[in-house]
Design a binder for this molecule. Structure first.
Ligand code: HEM
Length: 468
């Protein structure tokens, strides 16, 4: 048996292991550095690194605020990282989520891959898009606190960076609603890959997995989420030195995804009436789970509640998609054992395309008839965050080849009902004697901003902060 890597969790930023679920409020500071004044930037970074929350021991209490820092390629450059070191980062990170588009030039390849077209085009993004003024983003500071502590935390960090940022940072506010429900009303965030070698909370979480040879909740190699460790392809990203600034870091994908809740609800209600089912039945077929996270495939009892909710596969239980539609959000986003020559190989292949999700809703909850005073007009959505060691092979692959793909797993038409990509052809719910086809006028989600970041290890940040 191969030896498992020991992960240096004390050097890895806390958001890799934790969504800070006890800290219901969060803020995301996005900024552009002023040019010059490298010594002062390094001083700020050195001080900030001391405040950042590691994966281990993590915050000393569940209610203590947490801070994590991620930087774009231009942010690293501003902090003095030289071009040859930058070249060791992946191409998509260096190019960015929305590569600049010259007037009249074709849409860049990456924008097409992500399906950021029509209303979701970077042309209209509030930040990180093609607009010169809001384009460049250098850093992302993620702050997590209890209800009462968040404003103070934001103020303190804004003051600490005031003399090195260009203008005011953009501040996006996130929050966790009861039962971690996102705006469409579903419980969210509990199906996450388990990193091999993670500190275990309790023994034997996987020990009651039954006799099945294939374990749906099987662990994924640390190298899929942290640079420097072996991944599922038995490879590792390293320059062979201890002082590799990529070590213990990971790429962080950040997208502001606006959700049109009234449009989603109306769609669900109309479809339900048309086919004689309940709203809940229809909504569950779009996501692939019920509102409380219950799977549509029979689950098998297993350790924790979270494990039980994830203890299912598709191949033997529901190859035809009669329980969980083939095009449902969770089946596209993590096809488990359903795509491949055989289920075992398929499950192993799917481990190469997992992401850790740390997104949170922004904006007020939608209330029927604008009961909270804002109703339909207010902006709300998901501040989507994905962590992965290979943006092209993980986040982009999921978004492009599965979520946006009308021919996913043998389908004829339709894209992910929960995502932003326009399909024009409707959604298919597998049924007997014939499939149900429902038309969706336009997506319920629109991309409003985004960027690719790197979430460095703490030692790497101290190295970057060291005087030039
Ligand atoms: C506003 C947009 C989105 C909403 C409201 C949303 C909502 C949800 C919900 C409610 C779940 C089920 C709960 C869970 O498994 O934790 C889920 C699962 C998931 N989503 Fe999304 N999602 C959104 C966008 C995305 C995007 C853009 C991606 C990736 C490109 C993605 C990837 C995933 C993955 C990988 C899972 C877990 C599937 C599994 O392991 O079974 N989601 N999402």
């Amino acid at each position: 048996m191969r030896k498992m890597d020991r992960v240096e969790w004390e050097d890895v930023q806390g958001i890799v292991l934790s969504g800070y679920g006890e800290l219901k409020r969060s803020a995301y500071l996005l900024w552009r550095f002023q040019s010059g004044n490298l010594p002062r930037k390094k001083e700020w970074l050195f001080d900030l690194t001391r405040r950042l929350t590691p994966s281990q021991p993590g915050p000393s209490s569940n209610t203590q605020p947490a801070r994590n820092l991620a930087l774009t390629a231009s942010g690293l450059r501003h902090l003095g990282v030289d071009q040859s070191t930058l070249n060791s980062f992946s191409f998509e990170f260096l190019e960015g989520m929305a590569p600049a588009r010259a007037r009249g030039a074709p849409i860049p390849r990456r924008t097409n891959i992500l399906g950021d077209l029509e209303d979701s085009s970077p042309e209209y993004w509030h930040w990180g898009g093609w607009n010169e003024e809001t384009r460049e983003i250098d850093g992302l500071l993620m702050l997590f606190a209890e209800e009462t502590g968040i404003n103070q935390l934001i103020q303190a960090e804004m003051t600490a960076m005031a003399d090195i940022v260009d203008g005011e940072p953009i501040v996006l506010s996130g929050q966790l609603f009861p039962k971690e429900r996102e705006h469409f009303g579903f419980e969210d965030g509990f199906s996450q890959p388990k990193i091999e070698g993670r500190p275990k909370k309790s023994k034997g979480a996987n020990s009651k997995n039954g006799k099945s040879e294939i374990k749906p909740n099987a662990e994924v190699k640390a190298g899929e989420f942290l640079l420097g460790y072996e991944n599922e392809r038995k490879a590792r990203v390293t320059n062979g030195h201890d002082r590799d600034i990529r070590r213990n870091g990971t790429y962080l994908v950040f997208r502001q995804l606006e959700q049109d809740v009234p449009a989603f609800n109306t769609f669900v209600c109309d479809v339900a009436k048309k086919i004689g089912e309940t709203d809940k039945w229809v909504a569950a077929r779009l996501l692939g789970r019920g509102m409380d996270g219950e799977p549509l495939i029979v689950e098998k009892p297993n350790g924790s509640e979270e494990d039980a909710k994830n203890n299912f596969l598709y191949y033997y239980e529901d190859r035809a998609g009669l329980r969980c539609p083939i095009g449902a959000h969770i089946r596209r986003a993590n096809p488990r054992d359903s795509l491949g020559p055989d289920p075992e190989t398929a499950l192993h292949l799917s481990k190469m395309h997992r992401i850790i999700r740390r997104g949170r809703p922004y904006g007020e909850r939608w209330e029927p008839n604008g009961a909270n005073g804002h109703g339909d007009k207010a902006e709300r959505g998901m501040l989507f965050i994905a962590l992965n060691a290979d943006i092209a092979g993980q986040f982009e692959m999921i978004q492009h080849s599965w979520i946006n793909n009308p021919h996913f797993n043998g389908l004829y038409t339709g894209t992910d009902p929960i995502s932003h990509f326009p399909d024009g052809e409707g959604i298919t719910i597998q049924s007997r004697p014939s499939n149900l086809r429902v038309d969706r006028a336009k997506p319920f989600v629109t991309v409003r901003g985004g960027a690719y970041f790197f979430l460095p290890g703490l030692r790497a940040l101290r190295d970057i902060a060291a005087p030039a």
